[in-house]
Design a protein around this ligand. Structure first.
Ligand code: IMP
Ligand code: MG
Length: 190
């Protein structure tokens, strides 16, 4: 592949592979929620690219809403894992609705667990998790992932919404960042 930014070490999943997998997951979701009205909840900013592609491929009626969080993912040694708070809440209530939380990546699980607990308290009819990437090797708290596109190893990745210092979200592929450019202090809040 050409035209990749310098700090990219290699492509993990091409744009085509990502798109094919999103179509498959969207078909599963459309079948699972057939006859119901689904609401996708995206976590800003990382899940935006995945959520929109997924929403376009889902064939049942759906609504979307977004929230933003501040979190410290603890990927860097010495950073504070597990601290999450809502920086921008949803626009609407979710009571009695079928909710699918859409994530860019579930890593330690702290962010997802916090969001699940928060959303569960608002009385949705159902609450599921869909993630583009799942890194189970770094999981600290268990969360029930219902749909995932790819399981990945313990390498920092960018693209498809995932950033490094807010850059590279717009790459169509999922790519491994050259570990030599990783600045431990930068692996923190959204
Ligand atoms: P968790 O709370 O540890 O599961 O981490 C969730 C957040 O950490 C994700 O939503 C991302 O914003 C960030 N994150 C974790 N791993 C990566 C990565 O490899 N690349 C970019 N962001 C990441
Ligand atoms: Mg980030």
């Amino acid at each position: 592949m050409t035209n990749l930014p310098e700090p990219i070490e290699r492509v993990l999943y091409t744009e085509e592979q990502v798109s094919t997998r999103i179509q498959e997951i969207a078909a599963e979701i459309s079948a699972r929620y057939a006859g119901r009205h689904l609401k996708l909840i995206g976590v800003l900013k990382g899940s935006v690219f995945f959520l929109t592609a997924l929403a376009r491929a889902i064939t049942i009626p759906l609504k979307i809403d977004f929230l933003a969080i501040s979190s410290f993912n603890g990927h860097a040694q010495g950073s504070t894992a597990g601290m999450v708070r809502i920086a921008k809440d949803l626009d609407d209530a979710i009571e009695d609705e079928d909710i699918l939380l859409v994530e860019d990546i579930v890593d330690t699980g702290f962010t997802t667990r916090y969001l699940l607990q928060t959303l569960a308290g608002r009385g949705p009819r159902s609450l599921g998790i869909c993630t583009l990437l799942d890194r189970t090797s770094r999981r600290i708290v268990q969360v029930p992932v219902d749909f995932r596109c790819f399981e990945i190893g313990d390498r920092f990745v960018v693209g498809c919404g995932l950033d490094y210092k807010q850059l590279y979200r717009n790459l169509g592929c999922v790519a491994v960042l050259d570990p030599r450019v990783l600045d431990p202090a930068a692996l923190e809040p959204e």
